[in-house]
Design a protein around this ligand. Structure first.
Ligand code: C2E
Ligand code: CA
Ligand code: CA
Length: 830
């Protein structure tokens, strides 16, 4: 039969324990013997070897095991001393009959001395319990067992050698009891137990042999069986003891590690551990928890988590309390419950997670959990959501927030009957100018002021938002159309009051388009679209006003949008052309100039008049490229007609506001080689009306280039005469409506006469437009008008060369059929 390496090791250890306790198996053999086994088996073998004092584990642990082995024997000291003294007390009188008293006294004295020594050591050990023990300590125990067992070994030997039957009986009983009692008492230190049993067993065998009785062999057999049982039991007990100790040590080690980690966690993280008793009151409160709660340990231990959650007066904070109460009531685990706590007057937010725990009897012990202070994260979140919903510049709502509010109100509107949801879109009128002239910081400042004014009038009436740029929106419930309109008017009027930006005042104004929900089927998108249409119409009809949406507008706007897209297409496909209309000298009747007019023939609509498509092109931003194109064509064509003193090109206010206008003019003139002195730019009052200081500068720049500037449609606007003094023009063009009044109204001529003389006084040349009849031409010439333009001289013509030959026949005599209806009005002239 072959023994496995482990069993060999065990056998070896037991043998060594008998023969030479304290000595160990070779460590290399130990290693190889334990190395190949599974962890669990290895653990058992380790415990076995440890029980026999072998260093199968690290020294510190081995020392602890030895100390525990020794302590467990020491715990029985009072009983062992008592047993020894009782045995000695029984043996002494019986042995005194056959043993000399002096021998007996010496034996007894040694036993008693040993007991005294043992008790003294026991008392000391009780005062200072040992925690570790060296191998020497273990050897001392073995020595102690050797001495005491040797003393008791004398008893059977003496009795069987020289004693009487009485003595033999007592000795047999004492020895048997000693073998068993001692073996068990020393079981936790198998080496000591083995030594004890071995000595007494040998003494018994010697005694029986000395006695030479017939019962010797059966008695020997009996004794041997006892000894085997004792040796086996003590081995097992020692082994078990060491195993238990090892397991405990490991648990303790793990506990220490966990405590260490928890310490780390408590000290470093923003989280802490909390624990309650079965009533929910905090207990084992950590320093971190104390610090986080801002309360004393006493205060905290009198509170429950729910009580803490109640300390913060906030709807947000209160929201989680029912969840917490429910979980605790049902003794359920919970996580991510966020409560608000008042900590020294400051609102702090804790995220809680916990699970209930139960004691060994299964009854509820309380909660253990983790709390994290998430205040900062919450603040950051709040900031992010504020930014997501608000306009960062003005602090009022942003577009996405506005739309979500509109959705919400619209859903509620279905149940509200009396008030009607109204959506307003607001566009500032002259904001761009502030931005362009004073820079973006000034523009930002202005927008903030506008938002501030809007907020004052909207409180309790409407929600406000900025959509970006100079676009604002409002949303509210209004009782009647009149109430909604009054609010819209207020939005407009409040922007009319000047705004102070830097050290300048700006009058900007606003245009509002709004829609009151009337069709229940309308969505937010529909409302937005309709308010946008109303705003579009309001802008178109002159800005600075509020306009409610009307159903007709939708069709108009649709048509306009269609026109816009057709216009774009036409431009991209080069479908525009220009015509030249002659301008004649009033005295000589010679063509001296020509106005260039753009033409567009729509594939379906036919010829679309520029009065219709120019405003659309202006709005669509198409006027800039189109205007440039007209200018190029005009200059190029006029360059081919040296007879023309000049060529006049219309300049839209939108073109005029373009910051690139002057460089663009220069480049066109250079490209076409057309002299700037021959170019006339016709601008309308619109240009100067929108002036914020830069128009006159720009006009001057153009004049510096050599270009002539004519004020077109003179007389159709407001205070035209004052412009003539403020701005430097070269020419004015009297509008056709004045010319039409010649011979129609009695004061028609007087007005024209006054305008002409005023212009001449200011050094301006005068052109009359829309001259259709001879008497008009005659009258204008008589009044001193410089040049004339109109169907009478020639309609716009695509070929510039052809306009040179205008109708001049009968230039000096009026025809009867062309006489004015009010002929008397002309009398003064002639
Ligand atoms: P406007 O600058 O006042 O141009 C004169 C308009 O009067 C032209 O109309 C011309 O055809 C018309 N007209 C000239 N003589 C007579 C006449 O004896 N009787 C009548 N009934 N009409 C006469 P048109 O070409 O339809 O242009 C209308 C307006 O469109 C122009 O008014 C001008 O403001 C604008 N426009 C035309 N071409 C351009 C252009 O290239 N650029 C810009 N920005 N505007 C343009
Ligand atoms: Ca014109
Ligand atoms: Ca005109």
């Amino acid at each position: 039969m072959r023994l496995s390496a482990e069993w060999k090791l065990i056998f070896q250890t037991i043998c060594l324990a008998f023969l030479s306790p304290g000595r160990c198996v070779n460590p290399a053999v130990l290693k190889s013997g334990l190395g190949r086994k599974a962890a669990k088996d290895t653990e058992a073998h380790r415990a076995f070897l440890l029980a026999f004092g072998c260093p199968a584990v690290e020294e510190l642990l081995a020392r602890k095991v030895r100390a525990a082995q020794i302590s467990s024997i020491a715990r029985l000291t009072p009983f062992t001393i008592l047993a020894n003294l009782v045995n000695a007390a029984v043996v002494t009188p019986v042995f005194s009959s056959f043993l000399p008293v002096s021998y007996l006294a010496v034996w007894l004295a040694i036993v008693v001395a040993l007991m005294v020594h043992t008790s003294v050591k026991w008392i000391r050990a009780n005062r200072n319990p040992i925690e570790t023990a060296s191998r020497r300590g273990l050897r001392k125990v073995v020595l102690h067992a050797t001495i005491l067992s040797s003393l008791w070994a004398c008893v059977p030997i003496v009795a069987f050698a020289i004693g009487d039957p009485n003595g033999i009986l007592v000795a047999s009983c004492v020895t048997t009891g000693m073998i068993c009692g001692g073996g068990f008492a020393l079981a936790t230190v198998p080496q000591a137990a083995f030594r004890w049993v071995a000595i007494l067993f040998v003494a018994s065998v010697v005694s029986l042999t000395l006695g030479g009785d017939a019962h010797t062999w059966p008695l020997l057999l009996l004794l041997t069986s006892y000894v085997v049982v004792i040796v086996g039991s003590s081995t097992a007990a020692g082994w078990l003891f060491a195993s238990h100790f090892l397991a405990e040590a490991e648990l303790e080690q793990r506990g220490e590690l966990i405590a260490l980690l928890l310490n780390e966690f408590e000290e470093k993280a923003s989280d802490w551990i909390w624990e309650t008793d079965s009533f929910g009151n905090f207990r084992n409160v950590s320093d971190r928890f104390l610090h986080a709660s801002g309360r004393t340990r006493r205060e905290l231990q009198a509170l429950r988590m729910v009580d803490l959650a109640h300390t913060l007066e906030s709807d947000d904070a209160r929201g989680a309390i029912p969840r917490l109460e429910k979980a605790v009531g049902l003794r359920k685990s919970f996580r991510e419950i966020v409560i608000g706590v008042d900590v020294r007057g400051e609102a702090r937010w804790w995220s809680l997670a916990a699970r209930p725990f139960y004691d060994d009897h299964g009854s509820f012990g309380g909660y253990r959990g983790v709390a994290s202070d998430i205040t900062e994260a919450r603040r950051a979140n709040a900031l992010v959501s504020h930014l997501a919903e608000h306009d960062s510049l003005t602090g009022i709502g942003n577009r996405s927030w506005f739309l979500s509010q509109a959705e919400r109100l619209l859903a509620e509107q279905k149940t509200l009957e009396t008030k009607s949801l109204t959506l307003f879109l607001v566009d500032l009128d002259n904001f761009k100018v502030v931005n362009d002239t004073c820079g973006h910081p000034a523009g930002d400042d202005l927008l903030k002021q506008v938002a501030g004014r809007f907020t004052t009038i909207s409180e309790g009436r409407a929600l406000l938002a900025r959509f970006g740029g100079d676009e604002f929106a409002a949303l509210g419930l209004f009782d009647s159309d009149a109430a909604a309109e009054a609010y819209a008017e207020e939005l407009v009027s409040i922007t009319r009051r000047p705004f102070r930006v830097g050290n300048r005042d700006f009058a900007i104004g606003a245009t509002v388009g709004f829609i009151r929900l009337c069709t229940s089927g309308d969505t937010v998108d529909d409302l937005m679209r309709k308010a946008d249409i109303a705003l579009y119409k309001a802008k178109e009809s002159g800005r600075g006003r509020a306009l409610a949406f009307e159903t007709d507008m939708e069709r108009e706007v649709r048509e306009r949008r269609e026109l816009e897209s057709d216009l774009r297409e036409a431009y991209e496909n080069g479908k525009f052309s220009v015509e030249f209309q002659p301008i004649v000298d009033a005295r000589s009747g010679k063509v001296v100039s020509s106005e260039v007019l753009v033409r567009w023939v729509h594939p379906e609509r036919g010829e679309v008049p520029p009065d219709t498509f120019i405003p659309v092109a202006e709005q669509a931003g198409l006027i800039l490229p189109l205007g440039k194109w007209v200018l190029q064509r005009a200059c190029a064509a006029a360059a081919q007609c040296p007879e023309l003193e000049s060529v006049a090109v219309n300049l839209s206010p939108v073109q005029f506001l373009d910051p690139n206008l002057v460089p663009q003019l220069q480049s066109v003139l250079e490209e076409t080689g057309f002299p700037p002195e021959r170019l006339v730019l016709e601008i309308t009052e619109g240009v100067v009306l929108r002036d914020f200081g830069s128009a006159s500068e720009k006009l001057q720049k153009m004049r510096d280039l050599g270009i002539c500037i004519a004020l077109d449609d003179f007389g159709t606007g407001y205070s035209s005469l004052s412009y003539l003094r403020h701005y430097k023009f070269d020419k004015i063009k009297i509008d056709k409506s004045f010319v039409d009044e010649i011979g129609e109204r009695s004061d028609g001529l007087a007005i024209i006469s006054a305008v002409i003389s005023l212009a001449h006084n200011l050094g301006l040349e005068v052109t009359a437009e829309g001259v259709e009849r001879k008497f008009q031409a005659d009258a204008l010439r008589t009044l001193g008008c410089d040049t004339m333009q109109g169907y009478f001289f020639g309609k716009p013509n695509p070929n510039p060369a052809e306009i040179m030959h205008v109708r001049t026949e009968g230039w000096h005599d009026a025809k009867a059929d062309e006489a004015p209806r009010n002929a008397s009005a002309l009398k003064n002239v002639s």
